[in-house]
Design a protein around this ligand. Sequence first.
Ligand SMILES: Cc1cc2nc3c(=O)[nH]c(=O)nc-3n(C[C@H](O)[C@H](O)[C@H](O)COP(=O)(O)OP(=O)(O)OC[C@H]3O[C@@H](n4cnc5c(N)ncnc54)[C@H](O)[C@@H]3O)c2cc1C
Length: 338
Amino acid sequence: MNKTDVLIIGAGPTGLFCAHQLGIIGLSCEIVDNLDKAGGQCIELYPDKPIYDIPAVPECTGEELTNNLLKQIKPFNIKFHLNERVEELKKNKNRWHVKTSAGIEFDVAAIVIAGGVGSFEPRKFPVKECEKFEGNSLFYSIKDKSIFKDKTISIFGGGDSALDWAIELSNNSKVNLIHRRDGFSGVEASVQKVKELNEQGKLNLYTKFQMDSVLGDKNIEKVKIKHEKGEIKEIKSDYVLGFFGLIMQLGPILDWGLNIDKKTVQVNTENFETNINGIFAIGDICSYPGKLKLILSGFHEGALAARGCFKYAKPDEKLRFEFTTTSKAAQERLGIKK
Ligand SMILES: Cc1cc2nc3c(=O)[nH]c(=O)nc-3n(C[C@H](O)[C@H](O)[C@H](O)COP(=O)(O)OP(=O)(O)OC[C@H]3O[C@@H](n4cnc5c(N)ncnc54)[C@H](O)[C@@H]3O)c2cc1C
């Protein structure tokens, strides 16, 4: 059981900055995110795109913003639980018990939901028997590329992830790239590279084909792919990878008894607490009159929610307002030595 003051659900920009605000007022927190990395939409949807409306930062990419937020919270040594979706919530006297999809449990005084537009889940193959191989020879994301060395891999999809991985894995593996259309949605340079590799015989490209079925006992041995005109091909495969983009789902958070309005959680604007005491919601997931779905709004909401958590985490103490420029306590917590 992980015991901490506050559990933050979501490692997007809002959740990361809220962790900073908790840290400087002396509260501990841990962060859970369904993705394999921190950064939320900034890192998953637009890592290379420039953002122009972060106060005092004229221009930075989604990735740079994430890296800076991570740098800012480094002094607090915050524990991240990635690839975990928060599922269950139970009240236990005046604390909360939370459980993730992998069974990790938390005992916390308060919860900050910074879940954005929901947890990002991969869009999956519609073929039923794929489920059986998921996690052993069929994947929707790659955690350890070394397992593919010298193997035959069938990659499905036509976007950047499918193209990038097809190019990268073709260095050490036999790659089949299968896409249901002739055109690709990934960047032109990657499309050209894939076509070159195909012409050089370093990769097999099958367009206008889709998955028909997967064959194998414990692990995948072959995939059958079907052309739009009906032709079926059987190709040997040790692994199958599907990159069809992400869907966003609020999931079990919807069942926690929170006031939900159009897939957002209603909060007050004093400290962004929900209708349930001790549960706060900030960033894109919260709604209130005048809400702007911008990163800067999420930062403000996180600062106030962090202070709202204080009374649950330290009910016998009073929180004093202080500036970081002059607060010795905040500077100590940030590891600043003068
Ligand atoms: C293309 C694009 C461009 C944008 N440009 C700008 C811009 O220029 N300026 C600006 O201010 N904003 C911009 N935005 C909006 C901005 O990215 C969002 O407002 C911001 O990301 C919201 O941050 P967040 O932390 O609330 O949520 P998110 O960034 O969505 O992060 C939420 C995180 O919570 C996780 N999560 C959700 N549910 C669970 C669960 N149950 N368990 C575990 N984890 C969970 C998700 O996996 C995700 O990582 C842009 C958005 C897009 C898509």
